[in-house]
Design a protein around this ligand. Structure first.
Ligand SMILES: [Cu+2]
Length: 294
């Protein structure tokens, strides 16, 4: 019976390892493949850490199994082996302090370039975004007082409010200023940005702490009251993605769901023009004429 329990307890770690092994193919870790260059880097880091923890787990479970099995044997009737007492092993303690410390230090240094590329603002690839926008005749670079962002996303209980820059008299897209402008355009729960290029948003919160979460792109950033946080990412494919709040922010947290539409730059501009026509429609002139007269 003792050996049965020993095997019973060892069954669960084996099952856990098996489930971890088959999980990636069945999509249990992540909803989809990463849809952004950042996401691919993060998934690589995730799997690297998973391998390290799995190897550690296997060795500690083998140790545990060994102790259980030999312990069961020593209490067999007729076994006269005397109990043995230990006051610890200095060498072992040194080893199991230094090895994990070295592994953690390695992970900390190994992930640093991902952190730098996606979290340190001087590394935002502005030139790539400008090139994508220039292709569709938009030039918002280098204007005084302008931000590098294409949209300002403000989280509040329980929705995402999005501010885009509008168009000037000649129908040219203006840069997004840090303070609201009369020409700005607004949308709720509907974030549109160009795909295939790095894009930046400015993230704010109007009330409590929220978290801007694009699961398919592996982007997650807290929105903190009083701070304007630049967040940049690149959608590899034109598609509609989930935009969720990943911070329990109140009773309506569950419904704080929006969509992120990544589309070719031309479609993005077209969508902004439609928004402009809707918001400047005076309720009298047909919307198309109104847009044409601007
Ligand atoms: Cu929220």
């Amino acid at each position: 019976m003792k050996r049965f329990w020993c095997l019973f307890f060892m069954l669960w770690p084996l099952l856990a390892i098996y489930v971890c092994w088959i999980a990636p193919d069945r999509g249990w870790w992540f909803p989809t493949d990463a849809m952004s260059p950042l996401g691919q880097r993060i998934d690589d880091l995730f799997y690297m850490i998973l391998i390290v923890t799995t190897v550690t787990f296997i060795f500690t479970q083998i140790g545990l199994g060994y102790v259980l099995w030999t312990g069961a044997q020593r209490t067999d009737p007729g076994n006269t082996t005397r109990a043995w007492f230990s006051h610890g092993s200095h060498n072992l303690e040194v080893i199991w302090s230094i090895v994990p410390a070295a592994i953690l230090l390695y992970i900390a240094l190994y992930q640093f370039d991902v952190w730098r590329e996606f979290r340190m603002k001087p590394y935002f690839p502005q030139a790539q975004l400008n090139a994508a926008l220039n292709k569709v005749g938009v030039d918002v670079a280098g204007k005084a007082g302008a931000t590098d962002a294409l949209a300002e996303v403000t989280a509040r209980q329980f929705e995402w409010r999005i501010r885009y820059a509008g168009f000037d008299q000649d129908g040219k897209l203006l840069p997004l200023m840090s303070t609201p402008q009369p020409t700005d355009l607004y949308a709720v729960n509907d974030l549109h940005l160009p795909s295939g290029a790095p894009v930046m948003i400015h993230l704010r919160s109007q009330d409590v702490q929220h978290s801007f979460f694009l699961p398919e792109l592996r982007v997650k950033q807290d929105a903190v009251p009083g701070l304007v946080i630049p967040v940049w990412f690149e959608a590899s494919e034109s598609a509609t993605y989930n935009l969720l709040c990943a911070e329990l922010c109140g009773w309506g947290h569950y419904k704080m769901k929006a969509r992120f539409v990544a589309e070719p730059s031309e479609d993005f501009l077209e969508w902004l023009r439609e928004l402009h026509a809707q918001q400047n429609f005076d309720g009298v002139a047909p919307a198309a004429e109104e847009a044409g007269a601007e």
